[in-house]
Design a protein around this ligand. Structure first.
Ligand SMILES: *Cc1c(COP(=O)(O)O)cnc(C)c1O
Length: 374
């Protein structure tokens, strides 16, 4: 049994992928070929953003977003501490200061009260609040209405590396925030066969800046350099692969929802474990299906029992950002981040992908129930 089964998806798409790759080899436009533009149009259409700009990976996507917003030394950028490192990593890379915010114990996403305290604290430290980066953790959109209200005009960069395409009260992840970013790392819900990423915005000025920054700060002409930029493009081959995967993406999100529903039904009411909480009006794209055990449960013991039964599981994430050696000196919400710390000790993610067979899932559910003692 695989944690994420990319081979099952490849078997479904094999002929179409082979044909798409062959077309790129035939036309030979390996950089910025026609598939790149076609993919960007498809990505923007799905999430309702006006512009999509592909780039080399999801980390660059975040960096490009900050560069387009002009984030610089002395600025504070607010990030949840319960996330993958890339969310915060790009901030000090540009000389700005990440300020860590706590998360909600049920959705695992940014807590707006903590955000308010962190913004006030950053001001007392002499930092200039510049942007908020909510994360759609495990595929569930952050509470954007509340965050946009609490952010009080600060631009919101939605890190939807795990949530692209998820639903939030009539909007879709990618189309939410001043800028949104995603990743096509192979194991993400929409993944390519290498590294890739994209940035979304409905602001024409920001889209033009993203265009320039991702290609060496180019001006009207490719060899005009009007700003210091990056080399961050998505390969044509990866775009061609992604176009085929995008064609089945809605179907795969629906399949992930069925997998989540079966887990919910099989684990609801079992003592000592909470299944994922999805607020009214939201639909996750289920990058992960993550359980939270009660504090008295021995998570490592459960994980070992699952492994002995042939069931893979992963702890996302074992350590909050503000406890990582490279990040522990950055400011946090002055009230501390107790929820992030607590969750890191209690969560466990189960196998999740669109091709998980019901009988495999029933084995996983039975193994979790057994490990918890029924
Ligand atoms: C994967 C991920 C990223 C980074 O994406 P890469 O393509 O691996 O650079 C950023 N943020 C979150 C929340 C992620 O899960």
């Amino acid at each position: 049994m695989q944690f994420v089964d990319l081979a099952a998806q490849q078997a479904r798409l094999k002929n179409r992928l082979d044909a798409a790759i062959a077309r790129v080899l035939a036309h030979g436009q390996y950089i910025q070929g026609p598939e790149v533009r076609a993919l960007e149009e498809g990505l923007a259409a799905l999430c309702g953003a006006k512009h999509a700009r592909s780039c080399a990976n999801g980390t660059d996507a975040l960096q490009l977003a900050l560069m387009a917003l002009g984030v610089r030394p002395g600025d504070a950028v607010f990030c949840p501490a319960f996330t993958f490192a890339a969310t915060a990593e790009v901030v000090p890379f540009l000389g700005a200061t990440p300020v860590f915010v706590d998360v909600d114990p049920y959705t695992f996403n940014m807590d707006v009260e903590s955000l308010g305290r962190a913004v006030a604290h950053a001001r007392t430290l002499g930092l200039q609040p510049a942007a908020v980066i909510p994360v759609d953790l495990f595929g569930l959109p952050a509470d954007y209405d509340a965050i946009e209200a609490a952010a009080d005009g600060l631009p919101v960069i939605a890190d939807t590396a795990q949530g692209y395409g998820a639903h939030y009260k009539g909007r879709r992840a990618g189309g939410i925030g001043r800028i949104a970013t995603t990743s096509f790392y192979p194991a993400k819900p929409l993944g390519c066969y290498g590294d890739g990423g994209a940035v979304f915005t409905s602001d024409d000025t920001l889209a033009a800046l993203l265009d320039s920054y991702r290609i060496h700060g180019k001006g009207a002409h490719q060899y005009d350099c009007v700003r210091i930029g990056m080399n961050s493009r998505l390969d044509t081959l990866q775009a061609a692969i992604l176009l085929e995967k995008l064609a089945v993406f809605e179907d795969e999100i629906a399949a992930r929802q069925r997998v989540a529903d079966r887990y919910d039904a099989g684990l609801a009411g079992v003592n000592g474990v909470a299944t994922p909480h999805v607020p009214e009006g939201l639909r996750s794209s289920w990058a992960q299906y993550t359980l939270a055990f009660a504090p008295e449960i021995d998570r490592n013991g459960i994980q070992a029992a699952l492994k002995a039964g042939g069931v893979p599981s992963v702890v996302y994430y074992p350590k909050p950002m503000h406890r990582q050696p490279a990040y522990e000196t950055f400011p946090t919400d002055p009230a501390g981040l107790p929820v992030c710390e607590d969750l890191c000790a209690r969560v466990l993610s189960l196998p999740m992908h669109p091709y998980l067979a019901p009988d495999d899932q029933d084995r996983i559910i039975a193994a979790v129930r057994d490990a918890l003692g029924g």
